[in-house]
Design a protein around this ligand. Structure first.
Ligand code: GLU
Length: 507
């Protein structure tokens, strides 16, 4: 490739970032890194009616959390700014007017009532919502049906107007998609989309083409839902005389929910899994949606599982670091069929990543999980040891509270029911003696503690096996956790003895 690779993620700031959106970011990012190119984040906010405050900052935060930082964005402007379309408003109009001059677009003056009447008139059972297209446009109030001069006069008088593309009549528009191969669409299937709105703002269709051109984008990767817009965009590239600079397209497969329908918030609510990268509260609807981050996912696991939803390297390998993905990613190996989201599999990825991560890597996240439960002054060296002891047992980061919290805080409740059944006087005597022994011991090491424990048991004619479970429950509250003498070593003499005494008082 002779030209410098430039790709872009172009979200509209209308809400939280869906996992499909993050996957689009990821594929863009991997491709840019792999080719030593630039990854641009452009905010497509031309539709002011759908603007949601906070959504832009949220998108930036999500990218930071995922470790997929753009090279150019609103907070890191490069040579092609501004990076927010609302600030580029003036750039688009000339192109819309140029297309009108050429006869490839036209001014349309139809009022909302006239548009509504058109829909009523052309509605059929097969086509319940007719669009403004080749058949319809000749009957509407637009500059195709009047002298261009007359149209200009109307504009000069202040009549509201939009600019619409004039789709050619009997043509096949074709392009090569990097994922789907040859895609052909007949122009009769495509309506005359609005390019410039009555408020002077471009629509997405015009803005995306003008910006991809001006920002020298070489490859445009986006979700499959945009495939139907591609013919309009291609037409614009052609009619604006830029076809030679048109980016290579890839329309990425949809992500499906467990029922086979396109994954949406509805699935999240129904099945109880997150679909956004991070928690998001819609400030307009005041509606909360949970994120993968807050559910306890590591960003490494999140991007790994997203990469594999639509791509694999053919080797069967499933766990990839970001660097490995940069090496191996290949758009030709992205499949066009929808990718099914499976939350159990997502958790499997996270578990694998937790197991493979060093305690040092997990430390900040685990500290946060514990702090949320009021455990905030843990000794760092101790916590590192604890993380190594329990990480195998944690699928989600939040599991660290259950698996590690008792190292720093006495258990909130003790499962005495599991002890009581087989409890007897002899066992009380054993633990009383154990306390005495532990009080006197100078060596507080797991092996010494175990040795003393077993010796006292045998002197009293008891099997250590019968005593281990009560001991564990005394220390952690229930039947879980790593090796019990490791726990005793870490929590220390004072806490171990206090916890034994506490449970004895309950029995
Ligand atoms: N603004 C569009 C979106 O919200 C971008 C589509 C594209 O990448 O062309 O997804």
């Amino acid at each position: 490739m002779s030209q410098r690779v430039r790709v872009r993620f172009a979200p509209s700031p209308t809400g939280g970032l869906h996992l499909g959106g993050v996957r689009t970011v990821l594929y863009n990012y991997l491709f840019a890194r792999q080719h030593g190119g630039d990854f641009v984040l452009r905010i497509e906010d031309t539709d002011q009616t759908r603007f949601v405050p906070g959504a832009e900052a949220y998108i930036l935060d999500c990218l930071t959390w995922c470790g997929l930082e753009p090279d150019e964005s609103v907070v890191k402007p490069g040579a092609y700014g501004p990076y927010r379309q609302s600030e580029r408003k003036e750039m688009y109009q000339q192109y819309a007017h140029r297309l009108v001059e050429q006869g490839d677009a036209y001014y349309a003056f139809d009022t909302p009532a006239e548009l509504e009447a058109m829909r009523e008139q052309y509605k059929t059972p097969e086509n319940p919502s007719p669009t403004y297209n080749q058949q319809v446009r000749q009957h509407m109030r637009n500059s195709l049906n009047m002298e261009l001069e007359a149209a200009r006069e109307l504009i000069a008088e202040g009549t509201p107007y939009v600019v619409r593309i004039k789709m050619p009549e009997d043509e096949v528009i074709g392009f090569t998609d990097m994922v789907r191969g040859q895609v052909n669409v007949h122009t009769s299937q495509v309506d005359d989309k609005v390019l410039l709105k009555a408020d002077g703002m471009p629509t997405y269709h015009l803005a995306v083409v003008v910006d991809d051109y001006l920002m020298k984008i070489t490859h445009a990767f986006r979700g499959e839902e945009w495939l139907s817009s591609a013919p309009v965009h291609l037409m614009l590239w052609r009619k604006l005389g830029w076809e030679d600079s048109m980016p290579a397209w890839a329309h990425l497969p949809l992500i499906m929910g467990p029922d086979g329908a396109k994954l949406s918030k509805r699935h999240g609510n129904k099945y109880g899994f997150p679909i956004f990268a991070m928690n998001w509260t819609d400030p307009v609807k005041n509606e909360f949606t949970e994120g993968f981050r807050e559910r306890g996912f590591l960003p490494e696991a999140f991007v790994n599982l997203l990469a594999l939803m639509g791509w694999n390297d053919g080797s069967g390998q499933e766990i990839f670091t970001l660097d490995e993905m940069v090496q191996r990613f290949n758009m030709e190996r992205v499949h066009s069929a929808g990718a099914q989201f499976d939350f159990e599999k997502a958790k499997w990825y996270n578990h694998e990543w937790i197991k493979r991560s060093t305690a040092q890597r997990l430390l900040p996240e685990v500290q946060q999980v514990l702090a949320q439960k009021g455990i905030s002054d843990c000794n760092e060296q101790v916590l590192l040891k604890v993380i190594d002891l329990v990480k195998e047992r944690c699928t989600l980061l939040n599991d660290f509270y259950e698996q590690a919290g008792f190292f720093f805080q006495g258990p909130a409740s003790i499962d005495t029911e599991s002890i009581k059944g087989k409890w007897n006087e002899q066992k009380t005597l054993f633990f009383t003696e154990l306390i005495r022994n532990y009080e006197l011991t100078q060596l507080w090491q797991a092996t010494d503690l175990e040795h003393a424990f077993k010796e006292i048991a045998s002197v009293n004619g008891l099997k250590p096996g019968e005593l281990m479970l009560p001991f564990r429950i005394m220390l952690v509250g229930g039947k879980f956790g790593p090796a019990v003498f490791d726990i005793a070593e870490i929590i220390g003499k004072e806490a171990t003895i206090a916890r034994i005494k506490h449970t004895l008082s309950l029995l």
